[in-house]
Design a protein around this ligand. Structure first.
Ligand code: NAD
Ligand code: ZN
Length: 715
């Protein structure tokens, strides 16, 4: 290969890789956004991914993937509990433009396509692009017979009972020239005030529910909507239309689908006709004769945006004459005759007052920027997310800096620029210790997130760790559930795992708590006593050492038999900063690595764990309370040994991972999908297509309780 073609080859390989990554990322974002109404990334980030994908596809047309995101609309509705509706006429997306030049280019493209000379008029409609979800309303003989969401454009969800509760959607059209069949298409949306009220109500509900149960509310776990669009979608796409009825949704029409006759020759005429039948349309809908007029309409709509009671994110242009629309047709997933001219993200400059570090339940350190409050597009912003250590370094932000922040239809804004980056001041030092517990905080190689290594002693992580410790896959202590742990923790009774074994000294105090009786306390204490000689591998797994999962824990114990033996070797093998070569040459290191399934990452994680004084203290304390017998490899005699099990639906007492670990422990194989090879299905509430398939194939189905029984019997 010549060096040039080699470069091309590399460029191509990189591009193919990137396209693959983009396809995955975009698909995930679509699912989160369209199917789950809970986006994980901002619209601006999403749009950037889509643009990058389009760029690469244009540069390497032969690398365009069969599953290219550029030809997909929305997201398929496979997992929806609602009925499916196949659209007679596909529901589309819209092409985007972000600048005046791109709008001019759009008109030029249309003219070229139609061979329309410059002097010939080309009328275009303009209206606000409202941030809701599209909905198709099928009227037959003027009566509403079916309402459907867009879904993937071909198949949407049936929301007929739901839209009955939207006052803007009339059950019967009134007026002149109503065709036999006519599908009105438009947007279901929620006004800003209603959106905020809904989020507040969801939080209040969760709070009173928690109070009723005597729990402490973890606000970060309450499901709220990120923006009005997601709120509208989440409210409409409800199995129980009664929920939709309680959410104030609105609708306006902006197009149509299948029609036995189209009442007009232009977009403008038909939209006005739909309006005359009793359905709302955008108050700003208008027709423009030139590019200048079009851009004028854009600016007027943009400047009036903050005063509107609902969110809009751009202006939609459509070629007015329907015969021209017909000739222009469609590309991939959008009509050639329409364009969404998006507003730039809303930005403002302010001072970053300080950077605070929050420690999550998994120990992740997340930096949050506290701002001098500033108005961005009508909303006061006081916090920005700074994501992680790398992002802070990339932006070069330090407390006191002037920063430009941006909101793009999302609740949490971001920093897009640092205006005082060049000023001579020291760079911000990301903490190397956890602000909650003082333990060392480190980022693993190849990872951006910095985590607290405090584990069992870190208050931010402690209750989660304790819950893990008693969970079924670990020590499996019956009667010590998540709520009890939270409660005992709040009372200061459970600081570390060893405290669980000292609960017997608190018998009277537990009995004095609401909901406890002699028998339940006795049961709990008996369950704890029952674990005085726990399985060493489960104990090791229960400690929650990073990268030491249930399987690794067993592999380690198989080799070393006792926990002190494991600790001794792990400490000997410890890789010290800058001494990798020495450590890796050591016998202890070689011995660990020689175990199937144990690699450098595990060796390092073990070394790091024992390096921390507080972990050693927790460990010693625990081993004073419990005495795991030397580990022996048990021969599995469970009734599911050698079988393939599939878990489906919601599991109530354990996580999916835990269930899989149990299956594995019993010598069974946990599979993700049902096939003729499946021996057993464990189905919880909400099990759908997998359960159906299992029934068709005549595979045995049991519930979670029955599964738990099998696990119990296997010991
Ligand atoms: N944050 C995320 O993770 C994420 C993920 C997926 C999509 N998104 C957002 O969704 C957008 C893509 O979604 P999309 O495919 O629905 O495209 P789109 O929202 O950009 O445009 C198409 C939709 O606009 C709506 N619309 C509103 N007013 C209209 C009008 N007057 N005329 C015609 N249509 C009108 C219609 O419902 C139509 O389906 C992205 O640009 C991004 O902003 C975000
Ligand atoms: Zn910590």
């Amino acid at each position: 290969m010549t060096s040039e073609s080699q470069n091309d080859f590399l460029a191509e390989a990189d591009a193919a890789n990137e396209l693959m990554r983009l396809a995955r990322q975009i698909r995930r974002a679509n699912r989160k956004y369209h199917a789950e109404d809970a986006p994980e990334i901002s619209d601006a980030e999403y749009d950037a991914l889509v643009r990058r994908n389009a760029e690469l596809e244009a540069q390497f047309p032969h690398l365009v993937r069969a599953d290219s995101p550029s030809s997909a609309v929305g997201h398929e509705v496979a997992a929806s509990p609602l009925g499916k509706v196949t659209h007679e006429v596909r529901m589309m997306s819209l092409d985007n433009a972000f600048s005046d030049e791109e709008v001019a280019e759009f008109l030029a493209r249309v003219r070229r396509f139609l061979s329309l000379p410059a002097e010939e008029p080309l009328a275009v409609t303009a209206e606000d692009k409202i941030d809701g979800l599209s909905c198709s309303l099928r009227y037959e003989k003027g009566k509403l017979v079916r309402a459907a969401t867009r879904g993937d454009g071909q198949v949407g969800e049936d929301v007929t009972p739901n839209v009955a509760h939207i006052a803007d959607i009339v059950p019967e059209l009134q007026g002149e020239g109503i065709p036999e069949v006519f599908e009105v298409r438009g947007e279901v949306y929620m006004e800003k005030a209603a959106f905020h009220a809904l989020n507040t109500a969801l939080m209040d509900e969760a709070r009173s529910e928690a109070e009723r149960k005597g729990e402490v509310l973890d606000e970060s776990k309450v499901r709220q909507f990120a923006n009005p669009r997601n709120a509208a979608a989440g409210s409409l796409r409800q199995k129980d239309a009664g929920v939709t009825a309680r959410r104030p949704l609105r609708f306006w029409a902006h197009g149509w689908g299948a029609a036995s006759a189209v009442p007009g020759e232009t977009q403008h005429e038909v939209i006005r006709r739909i309006e005359s039948w009793g359905l709302p349309v955008s108050p700003q809908f208008r027709r423009c004769e030139s590019l200048e007029e079009l851009l004028g309409a854009y600016r007027a709509i943009r400047d009036g945006r903050a005063d509107l009671p609902f969110e809009i994110d751009g202006v939609v242009y459509k070629i007015d004459r329907l015969d021209l629309q017909q000739r222009l047709g469609f590309v991939a997933k959008a009509p050639r005759w329409a364009l969404a001219h998006k507003f730039p993200a809303e930005q403002a400059e302010t001072t970053l007052e300080k950077i605070e570090i929050q420690v999550g339940r998994t120990g992740k350190l997340t930096p949050v920027g506290r701002l001098q409050p500033v108005l961005v597009g009508g909303v006061t912003v006081t916090n920005v997310t700074l994501h992680n250590r790398d992002e802070i370094a990339r932006l070069g932000v330090r407390p006191g800096d002037r920063v430009v922040i941006q909101r793009a239809g999302d609740v949490i804004p971001q920093v897009v620029e640092n205006r005082t980056r060049e000023e001579a001041r020291e760079a911000y030092l990301f903490p190397d210790h956890c602000p909650e517990c003082g333990s060392e905080a480190v980022a693993e190689e190849g990872e951006v997130d910095v985590r607290c290594t405090g584990g069992l002693i870190c208050p931010a992580q402690r209750t989660e760790r304790l819950k893990h410790f008693v969970s079924r896959a670990a020590l499996d202590i019956d009667g010590l559930g998540g709520k009890t742990i939270d409660e005992f923790f709040a009372l200061g009774w459970l600081e570390s795992p060893a405290d669980i074994f000292r609960l017997k000294t608190r018998r009277d105090a537990i009995l004095a708590l609401e909901g406890w009786k002699d028998k339940s306390v006795d049961n709990l204490l008996a369950a704890v006593e029952n674990r005085r000689q726990p399985d060493a591998a489960r104990l090791l797994f229960g400690l929650g050492i990073r990268h030491v999962g249930a399987v690794t824990a067993r592999d380690l114990m198989k080799r070393f038999e006792t926990l002190p033996a494991l600790r001794a070797i792990a400490q000997k093998a410890q890789v010290k900063e800058g001494e990798e070569a020495v450590a890796e040459a050591s016998e202890a290191y070689a011995e660990l690595i020689s175990i199937d399934g144990v690699g450098p990452v595990v060796v390092k994680a073990l070394g790091d764990f024992f390096h921390e004084e507080h972990n050693r203290a927790v460990w010693d304390d625990l081993l004073r309370e419990v005495a795991p017998p030397p580990y022996v490899v048990e021969s599995v005699a469970s009734e599911v040994a050698g079988k393939t099990v599939v878990f489906t639906g919601k599991l109530e007492t354990m996580s999916r991972d835990e269930a899989k670990a149990q299956a594995e422990r019993l010598g069974a194989k946990a599979a993700g999908s049902v096939s003729a090879k499946t021996d057993l299905i464990v189905a919880g509430p909400g099990a759908g297509s997998k359960l159906k398939k299992a029934e068709e194939l005549g595979i045995a189905v049991i519930n979670e309780e029955e599964w738990a029984e099998i696990v119990r019997q296997a010991g």
